[in-house]
Write a protein that binds this ligand. Structure first.
Ligand SMILES: [Zn+2]
Length: 403
């Protein structure tokens, strides 16, 4: 399976070079904006766009031929994304000067001395890469064909290099680990393992209290103290996010490693397009929480990505009834609106099974996953995993950051 990973590399940039990069980004963004503002908003075909806009853009902005083409592609791609994401006001698309696209004609990488050369506005410039062994290991011997130059909020510059690598083909197995995501427990598996969310919840509550206090303070006091409070607030939200990210990394790494060594597949609930799918029927409280919560979303992204990299098959199963059904006898409470589940406990009135509700859910997910994996039979409605829901922005660097 071919998998494109993005390796984020910090660049060593002198103040003069920074000016040159900023000017290039400015031109690129202006060119994109010009293309967008001066063409039919419905046009997303880049060949058509190129024949319409190329000459004008080249004349107006001092971009190289190749970069001009990238600006055209960028506009087409952004329009397509806003279309799929159903953003109504297409004309409001704005381009900020924070990135430029590169290909093998406008950038090159020398892995002997760890230098990239980039075509900037006036000339080609070489930059030293400030990277560690992890990045070197992946870049060594690779022949990257594309990259994106990025400016981060703290005015540091990164080149995100796209590397094709061959991930092992996932093996078909008859063993499946089901994973149920929840709040009291972040994750429970059909193997009986679980990770308590208590730690995370209490930390989050602590942060949200602090944020409330700061919010109050930020509305009063002198100008400088208000600014200080705002800075603190921003730092806090970052801390909270990093903490959750760390937890998500730990659990998903553990699970995927375990699955890879023991030749298991992993099954989780399919929450893609849950908004559209369950429009007619009311979504359960759990479905609402899981599909709206970025932490769970991140967990699923990490899991998906690591599965691909480690050749573990990820199966997405239909989430309907996974928490209501008894995994022993497959019965559901006969009365509409009632359930054998009460918070953390599950007590089946049909066969008498008693136990942890999340474990029960994970068992059902594993059973559904196993069913998908077996050729022929699919008596339970489900859908084999497709990894389309992984957003392109998520990079290997996100996955491995902090390790
Ligand atoms: Zn039962």
């Amino acid at each position: 399976m071919k998998q494109i990973t993005t390796i984020s590399c910090k660049l060593k940039v002198s103040p003069e070079m920074a000016k040159e990069i900023d000017a290039t980004m400015e031109s690129f963004a202006n060119a994109c904006q010009y293309i967008h503002d001066n063409s039919d908003k419905k046009l997303t075909n880049r060949v058509a766009m190129q024949s319409l806009m190329y000459d004008a853009v080249r004349e107006k902005f001092q971009l190289s031929a190749q970069t001009t083409i990238h600006a055209i592609r960028r506009v087409c791609a952004n329009r397509k994304t806003s279309k799929t994401n159903k953003i109504k006001n297409e004309s409001s698309l704005t381009f900020t000067p924070t990135s430029v696209d590169y290909d093998s004609r406008t950038f090159s990488l020398d892995t002997k001395i760890w230098i990239v050369s980039l075509k900037l506005l006036t000339k080609r410039t070489r930059f030293e890469l400030l990277i560690g062994n992890y990045q070197r290991g992946i870049l060594k011997g690779s022949k990257p064909k594309s990259a994106v130059l990025n400016k981060r909020k703290n005015s540091t510059y990164y080149i995100n290099i796209h590397v094709d690598n061959i991930a092992p083909e996932p093996e078909n197995t008859y063993k499946v680990i089901g994973i149920d995501l929840g709040r009291t427990d972040i994750a429970s598996t059909s193997e009986g393992e679980s990770w308590s969310g208590k730690n995370v919840t209490s930390k989050r509550n602590h942060y949200s209290q602090m944020r409330a206090v700061l919010q109050k303070k930020a509305s009063k006091g002198t100008r400088s103290s208000r600014r200080r409070c705002r800075q603190l607030q921003q730092r806090l939200s970052g801390k909270e996010r990093r903490f959750q990210k760390h937890i998500n990394h730990e659990i998903t790494t553990y699970l995927v490693k375990k699955a890879a060594t023991n030749k298991f597949s992993i099954a989780i609930e399919d929450l893609t397009n849950i908004r559209q799918r369950t429009n007619k029927q009311r979504r359960s409280k759990k479905e609402r929480r899981l599909s709206n919560n970025w932490a769970f979303y991140q967990f699923r992204m990490f899991l998906a990505y690591k599965c691909v990299l480690n050749g573990v098959k990820l199966i997405l199963v239909n989430p309907a009834y996974t928490s209501l059904t008894c995994h022993k006898c497959l019965h559901i409470h006969p009365t509409k609106g009632k359930s054998y589940r009460h918070g953390k406990d599950y007590h089946c009135q049909h066969c008498g099974w008693k136990g942890d509700a999340d474990y029960n859910g994970a068992k059902n997910i594993a059973a559904l996953g196993l069913n998908v994996n077996q050729p022929g039979g699919s008596w339970l409605s489900c859908k084999v995993s497709n990894l389309d829901f992984i957003p392109r922005q998520l990079t290997i660097w996100d996955v491995l950051e902090g390790y």
